[in-house]
Each structure stands twice: as C-alpha cells, then as structure tokens.
Design a protein around this ligand. Structure first.
Ligand SMILES: *[C@@H]1O[C@H](CO)[C@@H](O)[C@H](O)[C@H]1NC(C)=O
Ligand SMILES: *[C@@H]1O[C@H](CO)[C@@H](O)[C@H](O)[C@H]1NC(C)=O
Ligand SMILES: *[C@@H]1O[C@H](CO)[C@@H](O)[C@H](O)[C@H]1NC(C)=O
Ligand SMILES: *[C@@H]1O[C@H](CO)[C@@H](O)[C@H](O)[C@H]1NC(C)=O
Ligand SMILES: *[C@@H]1O[C@H](CO)[C@@H](O)[C@H](O)[C@H]1NC(C)=O
Length: 518
C-alpha cells in the first residue's frame, strides 16, 4: 500500500513536470509576476491599422516566454482599432468568449490567448452597447465606450471598466462619457486590482477614490500624450505610484509621432521595476516581480540596459533619439512665479510663495572641468538653463480639462526666457556636451501645502531621455502637510525635479460640443 501511494505521488510528480510548465503565484507568495506590453498599433512600415494584423501582433507577444511565466499581462489602450467594436459580456454571466462566439472575434481571440498561457489578461477594446430608449442614445442606436476587459486564466471575462475621463480625440469621435464606476477584480494569487485608463490618472473619481478604499495594485492601459515639464508618461506613473504608496502596471501605446509612449511597472518607493519609453515603435513585453502589499519582498531593480551606441568614455553621450517622441509644453507655466538660476553661481537658497503655497528651494550645482571662456558662445550660455517655479491655483490638464494644481519645482529651459521652459533642446553637439557637464550635487525642495479635502502631491522627476530618476537617487518625505524632496546622488541631465500637487477640482467643460449635438 505504501508502495502504491509512493508510485502515485511519483506519477503525479512526473505529470507535473510534463504538464505544469507554467508557474503560477499563489496567495502565500510574497510577489506576483506582472507584464506590461508597449504595443505599436501599426505594423512596421504600414500606414494603416489593421485589426487582424494587431491581433497577430498580440498573439506573438503572448507567445513570449515572459508572457507565459506571468500571472497577469496588461496591453495598452488603443492596441486594437475601432473596426473591432464589440459587445462585452457582463462579468456576472461568467462568459468565456473563446467558447461563446456571440462577440466580435477579437474578443474571442483575446479570451483564447489568456487561456492558452493561463494568465490574467487585461485588454482595452471599443465596446458597443445598445441604447434605444435612453434619451442620450445617439442616432446610430448604440453607445461606444473605451473599455478595459479582464480575462482570468480560463479566458473568462471577470471584470470590465469604462474610461471615465475621455481625451480630445475620443470626445470628437463621439465616445460616450461615463459616470465614474468603481471596478476591481480579485485574482487567485491574492491581489485585488483597481482599474483606470490613461487620463483617468489625473482625477479623483474613480482613480484616487480606489486608493482611499485601500486598493494597493492598479492596471492602467494607456496611450499617454507627453507634456513637459510635469506630465510625461513615466514621470507621472512613477510619481503617482510613489505618492500613493501603491503598485501600478502601466501598458502604453507605442506611437511616438503622436507622442504616445511609456510603459512600466512601478511599485511604491521602489520606483520602476521595468520600463520603456522609445521613439522607435515597438511591440515588447516588460516583466517584473511585484511585491505584494504586506510582504517584505524587496524587488530586484534591473538597471537600465546600456544602449549599444553609448561608449563609456566618450565625452559625448549619444542619446536615444527621443526627439522623435512628440512632447508638448505646459502653458500653465506662463502664470507661474519663477526664478532663473544663473549658471555661473554654484549655490542658491530661496524661499518663494504663490497663492497659499510656499517653498524653500536649495540647489548646489557644479560645472565639471569647463573653462569659463567656453561656457558662452556669442554671449549665449550653452546648455539648459534652470528655473525655480512655483504656482498654486487654477490651470488646465493639457488644455483638456480644468485643474487646480500646486507646483514647486526646478525645471529646464532652453533659453533665459520662461517661454522656453518645457521645450526640449535642439542643442548642437557641443551644447549637449556642456549640458552633460552640469551636475546638481544637491537639490532640496520643501513645500508647505494648505490642507485640502482631496490632494495628491507627487514627486516628479524626468531626464532628457524622458526617463525618471531611480527612486534611490532622491528622497521624498511627507510630514503632515509639509513635503520634501532631496537629491541623494549627484545628477546631471535633469529636466524636472520637484513636487506636483493635484487638488482634484473637477469642473465641467463643453469641449466645443453643445447639448443635443451628439
Ligand atoms: C507603504 O505601504 C507598505 C505596505 O504596502 C507599508 O509597509 C509602508 O509603511 C507604507 N509606507 C508609507 C510611507 O505609508
Ligand atoms: C495586509 O495587512 C492588513 C493588516 O494586517 C490586513 O488587514 C490586510 O488584509 C492585509 N492585506 C493583504 C493583501 O494581505
Ligand atoms: C545656502 O545655504 C547653505 C546651507 O545652509 C549655505 O552653505 C550656502 O552658503 C547658502 N548659499 C547662499 C547663496 O546663501
Ligand atoms: C520651443 O520649441 C518650439 C518647437 O521646437 C519652437 O518653435 C519655439 O521657438 C521654442 N520656443 C522657445 C522660446 O525657444
Ligand atoms: C542636500 O541638502 C539638504 C538640505 O540642506 C541636506 O539635508 C542633504 O543632506 C543634502 N544632500 C546631499 C546629498 O548633500
């Protein structure tokens, strides 16, 4: 009997070796394995999107070994084009579209992909909902929503979320705005995820309210538009995750010519565990072990891969060509109170106030091995110029929605004019060389915010590759309503370093659309 029990266990063991190649995290594991996919909507060289080709691209990513070993894989907003309008089953109906074929075939394909790798899959689709009888129903007879669909390991639809805060092109394309919905899903590895989509990250409902409910992990399919100095993709994702002390899986659409790029896995004060922002459209998976909320697991931060063109001892740092990523400028800046740092000085202490916000700035900078006489060409300083900027009051988010913000930061400008702050440099080589020689040995920013009912103050860092500073290179502390950020290691090549407070004031705007027009 003992022997037969042994052979049975042995047989099971063999069975597992053969069949269970997929490792899945369990509730007792200290981490789970997550992947986000930076995904180009166009095939290389194509000028049109084609949903068959996009599905083929997704299928290729799904077959990557990193996808197979993941517990959850997140694809970006807009990875499938709008030909694929689909009904989406209600989670309560426990539908597996891989088997129930009452939906657009793209939804069935996605469901099958999830089941084939036995992973949770988060995809973003254009959802069709019949609406005759609803007074807001468009003439065509259905609403169109920008919707996340979550499939479980069996391909079953377990959750969906409709984007609340639409962006410009979606409003003009007559997507239906949503009342905020709270949508979470709980996984078999013991983590409950909150969901939001792209622009939603800047608003209290529903995004920030999920944090207040204690949700510690988020998925964010997005197609972010870059804006300097404060709202490029990675700086916002890292700042949001760090300020809220939560983990964020952000999968970004890769369409650099319109400004869309930036994917990453961010975890609390650990910062980015994996990330990408690139001017070359890509379809690539980024994978990391994400610590669970209560675990003491310390993630391994994979250091940034060195770009092959970068010679270690070259005086010229050859940048990735991030210029190809369209970045817009934040025109709120022109209302800010600012102070220009003279590049010849080496340290500055300054207290500045605007509205109800006061900040202490202190900066030490060093120009390495540069003779004074080559710092200027035709009286023009060669390199970025920096300003302290401070503001508290009304503004806009990317001229899309009204905002109220409180900002204290050091920002890079291409000339002495405030109007050049938020512009990226087109410096010739010698200017780039010089820029690289300006080190900040210390930046400390301390801000006292007035207490507000809703407020999120985020640490914002970005360099000229549009990447964030690693979180171990700066400190971010909050003591009641006093926030402090300080550089811990000398850094050059900073575009933004500072605090960005969102006061979460939502005011309706008409977006050039009048009642009854849709
Ligand atoms: C952040 O969250 C972790 C648990 O997820 C907790 O241990 C830590 O104390 C939190 N940090 C702050 C500053 O609240
Ligand atoms: C984390 O710990 C808190 C307090 O001990 C507990 O209430 C919560 O359920 C735990 N969360 C998870 C995800 O284990
Ligand atoms: C700024 O403060 C630091 C430390 O308090 C001091 O060493 C430095 O001299 C001050 N710089 C100026 C320009 O006042
Ligand atoms: C900012 O950049 C734009 C686009 O490169 C350029 O046209 C404009 O002149 C720049 N503004 C300043 C003040 O440098
Ligand atoms: C930077 O300055 C702050 C405030 O003066 C100080 O607390 C901190 O230790 C300094 N950091 C470094 C790396 O010198």
């Amino acid at each position: 009997m003992g022997k037969s029990a042994f052979s049975c266990v042995f047989f099971l063991w063999i069975f597992c070796q053969v069949h269970n190649t997929v490792q899945q995290s369990t509730p007792s594991d200290p981490f789970y394995i997550a992947s986000v996919v930076e995904f180009a909507p166009f095939a290389i060289g194509a000028d049109k999107t084609d949903i068959n080709e996009q599905l083929e691209g997704i299928r290729t990513v799904i077959q990557d070994p990193n996808a197979e070993k993941s517990d959850i894989v997140v694809f970006p907003e807009g990875a499938l084009n709008t030909d694929g309008l689909t009904y989406v089953p209600e989670p309560k109906d426990q539908t597996i579209p891989c088997e129930e074929l009452d939906y657009h075939y793209s939804l069935s394909e996605l469901s099958c992909y999830a089941r084939s790798i036995q992973a949770y899959l988060v995809a973003n689709v254009h959802e069709k909902v019949l609406c005759s009888g609803d007074y807001q129903c468009p003439k065509k007879g259905y609403f169109v929503f920008n919707t996340n669909v979550v499939f479980d390991r069996n391909g079953m639809v377990i959750s969906k979320y409709r984007k609340t805060h639409l962006y410009r092109n979606e409003i003009y394309k007559k997507f239906t705005p949503r009342e905020p919905q709270i949508q979470t899903f709980t996984t078999d590895f013991g983590v409950t995820f909150g969901q939001f989509i792209c622009f939603d990250i800047l608003f209290h409902w529903p995004t920030q309210s999920l944090v207040h409910e204690g949700i510690s992990d988020f998925v964010n399919p997005n197609a972010w538009f870059q804006e300097l100095p404060f709202l490029t993709s990675l700086q916002l994702f890292q700042g949001w995750s760090q300020a809220n002390n939560v983990s964020l899986l952000s999968a970004g659409l890769s369409n650099p010519v319109t400004g869309n790029s930036g994917s990453g896995i961010f975890s609390r004060s650990f910062g980015s565990l994996a990330f990408s922002i690139t001017s070359i459209p890509e379809r690539k998976i980024y994978t990391a072990k994400v610590p669970k909320k209560n675990s003491s697991y310390v993630p391994k931060i994979t250091s940034k891969p060195k770009s092959p063109t970068q010679k270690p001892n070259s005086p010229f740092i050859i940048k990735k060509n991030v210029k190809e990523i369209l970045t817009k400028r934040d025109y709120n800046l022109d209302l800010f109170t600012t102070f220009l740092l003279d590049p010849i000085e080496d340290n500055f202490n300054k207290t500045m106030c605007h509205g109800d916000l006061c900040c202490d700035f202190s900066v030490t900078q060093t120009l390495k091995q540069i003779k004074t006489d080559i710092k200027f060409i035709n009286n023009l300083y060669i390199g970025y110029q920096y300003r302290f900027v401070i503001y508290s009051g009304p503004g806009t988010f990317q001229r899309m929605e009204k905002s109220e913000i409180g900002v204290c930061a050091l920002v890079a400008c291409t000339t002495r004019d405030l109007s050049s702050c938020g512009n990226r440099s087109n410096f010739p080589r010698e200017r780039i060389f010089l820029k690289e020689q300006l080190y900040f040995t210390n930046i400390t920013i301390k801000a006292e915010y007035r207490k507000r009912f809703h407020m999120l103050v985020m640490p914002m860092t970005v360099n000229s590759d549009l990447e964030t500073l690693p979180t171990d290179s700066y400190t971010f502390e909050k003591d009641d309503n006093i926030y402090k950020m300080s550089l811990r290691k000398s850094k050059m090549d900073i575009l933004t370093f500072g605090l960005y407070g969102n006061y979460f004031v939502e005011k309706r705007v008409k977006h050039n659309i009048r009642d009854g027009e849709l």
